[in-house]
Design a protein around this ligand. Structure first.
Ligand code: AHR
Length: 481
């Protein structure tokens, strides 16, 4: 019999809501069309931001949004995107298209204000200067009357924005400058020195972290720059096959399904290993481990610009999201922010758009179902189940407690089966389930093929709780006492 045992821990850590964060880059149709259509667009919008997407993101209560990249961050010059006259540039990373900078600092801050989330600004280290970054911090956060701040006033914002989260470069081991960790550690120390705190707004300085299993990067960064950072950020993408031919988003067989989930589960190993290195230098866990880019990366949809990274999203992606969020919850003592790549129309998007149409992907629904975990206390959750090969567990779970209610989220990646749930005293529950064939997905003609429905497969008996899980299902249950 499958078993999930839930237990309370003394001094249980809190699952930071920031783990449920998002990332939007100037890449393909993420910002333009996907989020920002401009005030004159026939698509209903608020200050240029499309209302349908805004409403969907508000419903998710997204806690933090990272911007402007990604690779784009390291060729972004923020002054090109403020004021009346915006500078047009070539987006060399993503499709070579002309970026007109009509979405810039003020538009991003307006987006975050409308969503009600924290902004996370990623500064340019690869092709920028210390002064440029320092002035961006001053522009956004100072309430003096310096010339830089007066520029902000002239651009319509009298009050400082008090941006807390500052990324200092992106993937500086690759597209952000091809630096060695020893070199980047010094560059990071220099840049962060001039990333000043204004007033009471203490900055969270985020250093570029490792690419997947590059443990040496973490070692060198912690050793040489650990004392100068508030977070180190890991990037890891789930690629079913290889980078040259990643596999299709929708046309895949059972082997590819399991292989994808096996690769997604590797996040657990990565976090354990990087955390162990961090623990050696920072046993008090002062420095956060962020995962500010994660998600599935497939071949682009046929007929779309290869530089736009547009892909469909199926039940398989829902499984990846569920497994990954369960892993982040479990490691919440060190993992204090994560940002799925990317919000709209790019990679494992939660929303897809086509002209005025919009659809919510299976991944969106997982984020929606997992909302009770935000800022809840972690409960230990041990799973006993079949191994589907290569160490891939058939069932993945996470549990937390908030305001006296316990929420358990389960990903059953296998056939229909039951699981016994122990350690929870409950008299009632509410639950939802998302399930379907692994390839099931939403299209603009059939946008509700995959959506959560009420789940009634929980039996609370005298001897315990049993959950009858449909095949390939993500289930969220909140128990009441
Ligand atoms: O998310 C797409 C790209 O993946 C980002 O720009 C980069 O940081 C990563 O390689």
């Amino acid at each position: 019999m499958n078993k999930i045992s839930v237990t309370r821990r003394t001094n249980a850590p809190t699952i930071s809501r920031m783990i449920y964060g998002h990332f939007s880059e100037h890449l393909g149709r993420c910002i333009y069309e996907g989020i920002f259509v401009g005030k004159d667009s026939p698509i209903p919008n608020t200050n240029g931001i499309r209302n349908d997407v805004l409403e969907a993101l508000k419903k998710l209560e997204i806690p933090v949004l990272r911007w402007p990249g990604g690779c784009f961050a390291d060729e972004y010059h923020w002054r090109d995107g403020v004021g009346e006259k915006r500078r047009r540039m070539v987006n060399t990373n993503w499709g070579g298209v002309v970026e007109d900078n009509s979405f810039g600092t003020h538009e991003f801050m307006e987006l975050c204000r409308l969503i009600g989330c924290e902004p996370y600004v990623n500064a340019n280290v690869g092709s920028g200067t210390v002064r440029e970054m320092a002035e961006w911090v001053e522009y956004l956060n100072s309430d003096s009357d310096s010339d830089t701040v007066q520029e902000r006033w002239a651009n319509g914002s009298k009050e400082p924005f008090n941006v807390r989260y500052w990324g200092i470069g992106n993937e500086n081991w690759g597209g952000g400058g091809n630096m060695r960790p020893e070199y980047y550690a010094d560059v990071y120390r220099q840049f962060q020195t001039f990333c000043r705190t204004y007033g009471d707004n203490k900055l969270h300085r985020i250093a570029c972290g490792p690419n997947g299993d590059d443990y040496n990067w973490t070692q060198v960064m912690m050793e040489r720059a650990g004392g100068f950072m508030d977070a180190l950020t890991l990037h890891y993408y789930t690629v079913p096959f290889c980078w040259e031919d990643k596999g299709s988003a929708t046309d895949f067989d059972n082997d590819a399904y399991l292989q994808t989930l096996r690769k997604a589960s590797f996040m657990d190993t990565l976090i354990k290993q990087h955390s162990a290195i961090m623990d050696r230098f920072d046993p008090e866990k002062r420095v956060d481990l962020f995962v500010d880019e994660w998600g599935c990366w497939y071949n682009v949809e046929e007929g779309t610009n290869p530089g736009f990274l547009y892909q469909q999203n199926t039940i398989r992606d829902a499984m990846v999201a569920a497994i990954t969020l369960n892993i982040f919850n479990k490691h919440c003592e060190r993992v204090r922010m994560a940002n799925i790549a990317q919000t709209v129309n790019v990679l494992q998007a939660v929303i897809l758009t086509e002209g005025e149409k919009m659809l919510l992907t299976p991944t969106y629904h997982v984020f929606d179902m997992y909302r009770p975990h935000m800022d809840a206390q972690l409960l230990d959750c041990a799973v006993e189940c079949a191994d589907l090969g290569g160490g891939l567990a058939g069932i993945h779970a996470s549990a937390s407690e908030k305001n006296g209610a316990i929420t358990v989220t389960i990903a059953n990646i296998d056939k229909a089966q039951s699981v016994e749930l122990t350690g929870i005293a409950a008299s009632g529950y509410t639950a939802t389930v998302l399930s379907g064939e692994p390839q099931a997905h939403n299209t603009f003609d059939a946008p509700e093929t995959v959506k959560p429905i009420e789940f009634t497969g929980v039996v609370i008996g005298k001897d315990g709780i049993t959950v009858d899980m449909p095949a390939h299902s993500v289930i969220a249950i909140t128990f009441t006492k």
